[in-house]
Design a protein around this ligand. Structure first.
Ligand code: SAH
Length: 460
């Protein structure tokens, strides 16, 4: 992180703006909106800027810039077309330990102005750390469209009750949950619909219902195969609710990052043969945390109900009557297939697809291999890297053609995704040579051939 975003209280604070052209007008407008006591230093001034100063009580000091112009100020902004002057403002300000912004010159800034979405008192700032103001503005436009104008009113409403709620719910975590419910539920809806009285009644009622305030909940969330953009909206929303996040190795760090900044993060394993926390302990931990009143997000790679042991984790919750929600995720087979350009079914060559567990138990794979004979069924093996030679051997032994195409997708949907191609006869050797890194997924069937025609649309 190159800059720490902070919000400056500038009301009645002396600020100097060096420069009086069009660029200065933009900065002056912002500074005046924040209530700064603004002095503009320049020999000549743009009429628009002069008018703005007159309207808002700012001062025009008609002179060339001198170091003494910085004295007694809390912030300096340089917006002259003269690079040498801008640099002097920067150097002088730094010598005085004064925060300084030089417009369009990140190298000379100790503070930068982000793009803002102003829903006073709500403020959203978007910054590209000076790298691409245009991108920041584009993003601002998108956010602008997403944030209802009435959010300003909502923020003011919340502000009115902040003290009361703090007094009634001293515990910080419980208080945050209270507000989250209020800001996302009927209270907020009523405020935004202009019915603040009804909203207030409801808010006060909720303050009385202390039991509801202390109820924990578990969200079993499918985190998808890797690319954080494959998370569902619901997953992203619930992640923002959680006080604690439990995740394992399959969950991409970018997804874990989407949790609230102050949420506790607990890593719970698991690598093959290195179970950081045994499954039973994870199950128990979920229960314990929920009983402490926490909102717990359990992130699982892919989909929680596909080879995810999600069922086991909620079994105990159900028995203990702890509220939970299960959020589906994109399973590795979908992610790998789409990103590699291999349709799992296809009218001409595969009418069904089967997800198969490919991990070895005591060096064996106990499947009824006869059921995998069909040439019109795509087989997807999860956890099959170690067992690959055995899988290929067994499929051939049970009637599958040695030339049946096979793709092994390594770290699907991530930027490191790689696809190895072969056939039942050749893929074990290819894998031996290429040494792909886990996680990997194995797709067997004629659909793999379609990749040649379709890879333009998904190969990364
Ligand atoms: N619940 C998960 C699967 C967990 S089992 C899901 O629905 O995807 C773990 C196996 O999933 C791994 O051994 C691997 O075969 C597969 N897998 C998970 N993520 C993967 C990825 N990004 N690329 C390839 N395979 C992946």
């Amino acid at each position: 992180m190159q800059y720490l975003p902070v919000c400056l209280q500038l009301r009645d604070t002396p600020v100097v703006l060096v420069g009086g052209g069009k660029v200065a007008v933009r900065k002056a407008r912002l500074l005046l909106r924040a209530g700064a006591s603004l002095t503009v230093v320049c020999p000549e001034i743009d009429p628009e800027l002069e008018k703005l100063l007159a309207e808002h009580g700012g001062t025009w000091q008609q002179s060339r810039y001198a170091e003494t112009d910085l004295h007694g100020r809390k912030l300096a902004v340089a917006a002259t077309p003269d690079g040498a002057v801008n640099r002097r403002v920067h150097d002088d300000a730094v010598a005085l330990s004064l925060p300084v912004n030089v417009v369009d010159n990140p190298a000379l800034c100790t503070v930068i102005f982000p793009s803002i979405i102003d829903r006073d008192p709500l403020l959203i700032a978007v910054s590209s750390s000076g790298q691409s103001p245009v991108l920041a503005r584009l993003l601002r436009r998108k956010i602008e469209a997403l944030v209802p104008a009435a959010y300003g009113r909502l923020a003011r409403f919340a502000g009115r009750f902040r003290g009361l709620v703090k007094q009634r719910i001293p515990d910080e975590g419980a208080r945050r949950l209270f507000w989250e419910h209020a800001m996302e539920g009927p209270v907020a809806e009523q405020v935004m619909a202009g019915r603040e009285d009804a909203a207030e009644t409801r808010l006060r009622q909720r303050l009385e219902d202390t039991q509801a305030l202390h109820r924990g909940e578990v969200y079993l969330i499918g985190a998808g195969p890797g690319d954080p953009d494959l998370l569902t909206f619901k997953a992203a929303r619930l992640l923002q609710h959680a006080d604690v996040v439990l995740y394992d190795r399959l969950v991409s760090p970018a997804v874990v990052d989407m949790a609230r900044r102050d949420a506790e993060r607990i890593y719970v394993g698991k690598k093959r043969a290195e179970h950081s926390l045994p499954q039973q302990e994870i199950n128990q931990l979920l229960v314990d945390l929920a009983l402490q009143g926490k909102h717990v997000a359990r992130l699982k790679g892919g989909d929680p109900f596909i080879f995810g042991r999600g069922g086991e984790e909620i079994e105990l919750l159900a028995r203990q009557q702890i509220p939970f929600q299960v959020v589906p995720g994109i399973t590795a087979a979908s992610g790998a297939a789409c990103y590699a350009g291999i349709p799992l079914t296809h009218r001409d060559c595969a009418q069904s697809v089967r997800f198969v567990a490919g991990h070895l138990r005591n060096g064996r794979l106990d499947h009824d291999w006869e059921q995998f004979r069909s040439t019109t069924e795509t087989l997807v093996f999860y956890m099959g890297l170690l067992g690959l030679p055995l899988i290929c051997e067994q499929l051939q032994a049970h009637g599958r053609d040695p030339d049946t195409p096979v793709a092994l997708v390594e770290r699907a949907t991530s930027l490191e995704q790689r696809v190895l191609h072969g056939s039942l006869a050749t893929i074990p050797g290819i894998v031996e040579r290429e040494q792909p890194r886990a996680p990997t997924l194995i797709i067997v069937g004629d659909v793999v051939r379609l990749q040649e025609q379709l890879s333009w649309f998904g190969e990364r």
